[in-house]
Ligand binder design. Structure first.
Ligand code: ADP
Length: 520
C-alpha cells in the first residue's frame, strides 16, 4: 500500500503545518469521505481502497487489495468499463467519467459513478486515481421517473388511439373559452366539413343545429358549451343538424365537463353519433305498424259485425250452443280489438300523431257506458261504480275512455278468483279523480316508479304469467299527461291495487251529488 506524503508547496493556511500533520490530514480526508477512493496500477489491479468501500460495496479494503475492479462490474456494463479503463491506461484519454452497475458483497447491484485520472506517468504517484460515488437512489429515481413518463406516454397513445378509432365524433374543448383541444376524424365525417372548428363558445353557432321546433341552437346552447360553462352533463340529446354538403341529419349528443382535483371545470368533452339512418328506419317501422294495425282493424270490425248478425239469428232460433260459441268468439274479438287499438295508439304516439280532440262531456256518463260494455264481456267480475252522479270535464272522450277501459281490463286480468272491481269518481278543488280498485295480486312498491314505462312488465318468476305487451299503462300515462293530469298507483303485494288518475276541472264544472250503483 502506498502512503500519502507530499505536502503542497504554497497553500497559505497550511504552510505552517508539519509534513506529518499534513499527511495525517489528507489521510483523514480520504478515510472519512463517503466516496470510495481507489488507486490502481497499470494493470488495473487495486493498490489501495479507502474505508468507504465497505459502506458502498460491502468489502473491507484489505480483502480487495490485489484484485481487479472490473470483477465487480455488471456483465452488461463489462465491455464499456474495460474498454474505457484500457483507453485510460493507454493514455488515449486523460480522464474517465462513467456510470455502471457494481455487485455489492451481498449480491445486490449498485449504481456507481466512477471518475478516474491517469497518473501512471507521474513517478511520484504511478497509479490510476479513481473515485466511486454511490448514486443508486438517484439512478433508481431516474429509472422510475422514466418508467412513469413511458407509462403516461403509452396511456396517452392508447387514449388517442381509442378516441380516433371510436365510431363516434369526439371533441374536447378548453374551459371556459371553448377553444378546441382535440377532435377525431369522425367529427369531420359526420359534419361533412373539412374543418368544422370554432374556438369560442359564442362561435359555436357556426355548427348549424336545430331544436325540435326548428329554432337554431345558439352557441351557448350546444351541449359542449353547457358542459364547459355550467358543468352540465348531457345525455343523448337529439339534434337536427345541417351538414357541410347541405343535407340534414339527426345526431345524438352527449357531453360532460372535465374537472381538476379542485373540482374546477378545466375542459369539456362531447361525443356524438349520426343517428339519421336509425331514425329513418324507426319511422319506417312506425309507419308499417300503423298501417298494419289500420288494415287489421277493418276486417276485425267486419267479423264483429257478422258475429252480431249471427247472434241475432241464433237468438231467434234459440240455438243455445251456437250462441255460447259466438259469445266466446266475441270475447276473443274484443281482446283482439283492444290489442290492435293499443298498437295503433302507440304508433300514433311515436309518429307524433296522437292528437287529442277535446270536448266538454260528462265523465260519469262516459265511465258508465264504458263499464257497461266491459261488464258484458266478463262473467267473473262485478264492476261497481260509485261517487258523484255528474261531473263535466273538457278532454278527449274517446282517449279517456281508452284509459278507463285499459285500467278496468287490468283490474280484471290481475285479480283472478276475485269478484269485485270498484270504480270511484270524485273530485278535489281543481281536479276530477278516478280510482279503479281491485283485490288481486297487487304490485310490490319497487315497481311503482317503472310501471308506467313502455314495455315494463312485473316479472316475478314464481308467479302465474298473464298475457300482455306492457304498453297499456304507458299509453294511459301519455294520454293523461297530455290532459295535464296525473296517474299513479297504490298497491301492496297480494292485497290488490288501486290505479288513480286526475284530470283538471274547468272553473264552472257541473257536479251532481254522490251516488253508488253497479253494472251487474
Ligand atoms: P300488460 O299488457 O302487461 O298488462 P300494462 O302496461 O297494462 O301491460 O301493465 C304493466 C304491468 O303492470 C303488467 O305487466 C303488470 O305486471 C302490472 N299491472 C298493471 N295493472 C295491474 C293490476 N291491476 N294489478 C297488478 N299488476 C298490474
Amino acid at each position: 500500500m502506498m502512503s500519502i506524503q507530499d505536502k503542497p508547496q504554497d497553500s497559505s493556511p497550511e504552510h505552517n503545518s508539519s509534513p506529518t500533520q499534513w499527511e495525517a490530514r489528507l489521510h483523514a480526508l480520504i478515510e472519512h469521505s463517503h466516496e470510495v477512493s481507489l488507486l490502481l496500477d497499470d494493470q488495473g489491479t487495486i493498490l489501495y481502497a479507502s474505508p468507504a468501500l465497505t459502506h458502498v460495496l460491502g468489502y473491507l479494503p484489505e480483502e480487495v487489495s490485489g484484485q481487479t475492479m472490473l470483477s465487480w462490474v455488471h456483465p452488461l456494463d463489462q465491455s464499456e468499463a474495460s474498454e474505457s479503463l484500457a483507453s485510460l491506461q493507454a493514455h488515449t484519454r486523460q480522464e474517465l467519467f462513467m456510470t455502471q452497475r457494481y455487485r455489492h458483497k451481498d449480491g445486490s447491484w449498485r449504481w456507481l459513478e466512477l471518475r478516474a485520472v491517469n497518473k501512471l506517468a507521474d513517478l511520484q504517484v504511478a497509479a490510476l486515481i479513481c473515485s466511486l460515488r454511490d448514486i443508486t437512489a438517484l439512478k433508481e429515481a431516474e429509472i422510475e421517473q422514466q418508467r412513469l413518463v413511458e407509462e403516461s406516454d403509452l396511456a396517452h397513445t392508447h387514449l388517442l388511439t381509442v378516441l380516433q378509432q371510436m365510431p363516434a365524433g369526439v371533441m374536447i374543448a378548453e374551459a371556459p373559452s371553448g377553444k378546441l383541444l382535440f377532435s377525431n376524424d369522425q367529427v369531420r365525417q359526420i359534419w361533412r366539413h373539412s374543418s368544422p372548428e370554432a374556438n369560442e363558445v359564442d362561435k359555436y353557432d357556426r355548427y348549424e343545429g336545430f331544436h325540435s321546433g326548428g329554432t337554431p341552437y345558439a352557441g351557448h346552447e350546444w351541449p359542449l358549451a353547457r358542459s364547459i360553462r355550467q358543468g352540465e352533463s348531457v345525455r343523448e340529446e337529439e339534434i337536427t343538424f345541417l351538414r357541410g354538403d347541405g343535407t340534414r341529419g339527426i345526431m345524438s349528443v352527449s357531453s360532460a365537463p372535465i374537472l381538476n382535483t379542485q373540482s374546477e371545470i378545466i375542459a369539456g368533452v362531447v361525443v356524438f353519433i349520426d343517428i339519421s339512418e336509425r331514425k329513418r328506419l324507426e319511422q319506417l317501422k312506425d309507419n308499417f305498424i300503423s298501417m298494419v294495425s289500420h288494415e287489421l282493424k277493418t276486417p276485425v270490425t267486419s267479423i264483429k259485425g257478422y258475429t252480431q248478425l249471427l247472434q241475432k239469428h241464433f237468438q231467434r232460433s234459440d240455438e243455445k250452443q251456437s250462441l255460447h260459441f259466438l259469445a266466446k268468439m266475441n270475447y276473443q274479438l274484443d281482446k283482439l280489438t283492444d290489442l290492435i287499438n293499443e298498437i295503433l295508439s302507440i304508433s300514433q304516439l311515436d309518429l307524433g300523431m296522437l292528437n287529442l280532440r277535446p270536448q266538454v262531456f260528462d265523465l260519469v256518463k262516459a265511465v258508465g257506458e264504458e263499464l257497461e260494455s266491459q261488464q258484458a264481456t266478463t262473467a267473473t267480475h262485478k264492476l261497481q261504480l260509485k261517487g258523484v252522479e255528474k261531473l263535466t270535464i273538457t278532454g278527449d272522450r274517446e282517449r279517456i275512455g281508452q284509459v278507463i277501459h285499459h285500467l278496468v281490463s287490468n283490474a280484471i286480468k290481475y285479480s283472478p278468483g276475485r269478484k269485485q272491481v270498484c270504480i270511484e269518481i270524485c273530485y278535489s278543488d281543481q281536479a276530477a279523480l278516478i280510482h279503479i280498485q281491485d283485490y288481486g295480486i297487487g304490485i310490490d312498491s319497487e315497481h311503482f316508479s317503472r310501471i308506467f314505462e313502455r314495455f315494463y312488465r312485473v316479472d316475478e318468476p314464481l308467479e302465474q304469467t298473464f298475457p300482455g305487451l306492457g304498453i297499456g299503462l304507458y299509453l294511459a300515462h301519455e294520454i293523461i299527461q297530455r290532459h295535464q293530469g296525473h296517474i299513479w298507483v297504490e298497491s301492496q303485494k297480494g292485497q290488490g291495487s288501486t290505479f288513480s288518475f286526475s284530470l283538471p276541472l274547468q272553473p264552472h264544472t257541473t257536479i251532481a251529488k254522490e251516488t253508488s250503483h253497479d253494472n251487474h
